[in-house]
Design a protein around this ligand. Sequence first.
Ligand code: AMP
Ligand code: MG
Length: 438
Amino acid sequence: MKHSPNDPILLSASLHVDEARKAISDLVKELIEESKHIGGQSAIELVSLDQAINRILAEDLLSPIDVPAADNSAMDGYAFNGDYLGKSKDIISLKVIGTAYAGKPYEGKIGAGECLKIMTGALMPNGCDTVIPQELISALSDSSIEFKENLLKPGENRRLRGEDLQKNKSAIQAGRLLRPSDLGLAASLGIATLKVQRKLKVAILSSGDELRTLGQELDAGNIYDSNRYSLTGLLNRLDLEIIDCGIVRDDPASLKEAFCNAAKVADVLISSGGVSVGEADFTKQIMQELGDVGFWKIAMRPGRPMAFGTLKPVIGQSSPRKTLFFGLPGNPVAVMVTFYQFVRAALLQLNGATQTEPPLTQALSDSVIRKKPGRTEFQRAILGRGKDGKPTVKLTGSQGAGILRSMSEANCFVILHHDQGNIAPGEWVDVALFDGLL
Ligand code: AMP
Ligand code: MG
């Protein structure tokens, strides 16, 4: 089924956040399918491990070896034959005939009534399948040990070959946003390079006659363009190629030209400003010519107006693919909230990631939070600990959509869901941490 961002349901006066997310995800899916046919979107690159952080794994990584490669000891202790156990002897005494170290296996034979001192990670010697940990030994001399038989079962404290990972089985699944532990895991398998999705090209621009760039004089009514800087920061968390298209004046010809230039080179265009009620009609007209873009009124705060859709391939574009378009609201906090809520997941999905939703946690609200049912709110807050040690959130002052300081001082959003009403002090609320994301 074809989805259009101009579906009448999506254009309703108060679109549920979840419906908006679903519509975006469906459209991204379509775009991925289309681009498979034209063969442009997903090119795979081979990168060395030290370059692979935050990239998206393009194919399952198969383990070339068993991990561990051979049976080995899980403890510091004594390795022996488990057949001695279960013979109702009460106390077992064994002669210690040598030591097996990690990286220096014991080469000799182990005879009847004998055992071997063994270190964690040392290969299990031939004829031994069980390790008694050091601390369970009841009597110890230089050449013998004694321990109670009922302390362990045959095979205990031994790590089996292939126990963590079997040869030719998937160690990391395709679609993983690679984290430090994944790089360590790949290295532990002796793998030096990974196949990752190419970096998405994302163009950003700010629209508004009042905007000035850093270093320019501010005349009456002018403000500095901050959105491109917060967007650059947000995008850098995802390791993308950013194309900065600067500030564009509120006139049709300039906007059209800027959108076309961005579409030519980018997979995704993110603009901010120009989609609020007063300005939307003007932007709408331009968008009708350039692609299929819906102007949504999302039941959320901040971030109510947002344009979303695709731009048609433009003349002179190297690959005939569509460009995904997000027209974010102009208010600085709304930009960050809509990015967090809609854009981030779409970028990850478009580039083949399987896990696109950031994790949520919960904390106790430290005070009353006023909230009307019927819209989702993203309030900025500081997550900490109350006197009783429980996680607590405290809002960062005035929550207007233009007050960037409320974001800057915060370390999380309190997410108040569509149907929730006022929150009482001590009530649990959903919390999304900024760290690593925003
Ligand atoms: P708009 O969505 O264009 O009506 O803008 C909403 C509000 O956000 C207005 O107060 C704008 O001045 C402000 N705004 C728009 N774009 C930016 C920007 N790039 N940086 C800072 N503020 C902006
Ligand atoms: Mg504007």
